[in-house]
Design a protein around this ligand. Sequence first.
Ligand SMILES: C[S@@+](CC[C@H](N)C(=O)[O-])C[C@H]1O[C@@H](n2cnc3c(N)ncnc32)[C@H](O)[C@@H]1O
Length: 316
Amino acid sequence: MGRPPKRRLPVTAKVAAAGTARPAGPAGASKKAAAQASLKHTQALISHFHTLNKQLDQARRDGRDADVRRIEAELDAMGGLQAYQRASLKGGDLRKGWGATGKWVLPFLRAEHAERKVAAADSARFRLRLLDVGAITGETYERHAGFLDVTSIDLNSQSPKVTKQDFFERPLPASGADRFEIVCLSLVVNYVGDPAARGEMIRHSRRFLVPRGLLYIVLPLPCIANSRYLTHEHFVALVASLHLELVEYHHASKLAFYLFRRVDAAAGSDGDGDGIGNGNGGGTAGKESSRKARPTFRKQILREGGGHNNFAIVLE
Ligand SMILES: C[S@@+](CC[C@H](N)C(=O)[O-])C[C@H]1O[C@@H](n2cnc3c(N)ncnc32)[C@H](O)[C@@H]1O
């Protein structure tokens, strides 16, 4: 009997554990083999979790209640979100230590701090307010508390430092005090199973930014580099349609890092894309006519041929 075909891991899972891993150093071979086996196991767990999560979203959208119950039961049996997060944390440890995904953006944050500090009322004490969505344990930016004032949230907090909250349910800012200079979505957009909800998550992020605030997005590289439905250009255009302009990006071996800046539409143009006004104050609904003028980004084939993954982001 031949060997069973090798199971392909979904794109969103493969690198969640592998991250920016480099070849191991001159450690003993058995140690290296154990680490590789552990990483493989971690990848497989994350992979299976992502698959079930996607199936669950689809079953909910289709109203297939029996399937929803079955998939939920399977997720529970696997240990639920907690087990997934443990695997994600372990994946982080197995690459370069926790915080690897926050490293690329730090020089930009330092520069932003220096620039904004000049205009701050109390410049000596000024810190950038950063919202870390999907922070799990809230450790990524904790060593930089000197210039970052971090608010961490997660669907399933694993630390008292992290507020248990669904980002989609976070109350909209009532004033400038509730906004942030930076919002981070690091390996979170790809966690969301539904392409339209992924787009909505990016749109929602902008609502929490101060004028000219920064949005940091990290995705597994194959989401951008090998998707049937997403390319770098398409992704940047999609985010830009929400009045978030690209500041910088970097494609590492496994991860894609993107930094965008909130820009505000000129008066009389097609609105700001957040539907809650563009100032520091609370939300006033955007004009219906301006909403209609905004481009939509549907699921369309951008890379022909086989061997591509199905990761997509949709903006409606
Ligand atoms: C792969 S982990 C990302 C961990 C970390 N940010 C990093 O860069 O490695 C994804 C996390 O996002 C959280 N998450 C997903 N959707 C969320 C939402 N709507 N609101 C808050 N947290 C969410 C999950 O609970 C999970 O802990």
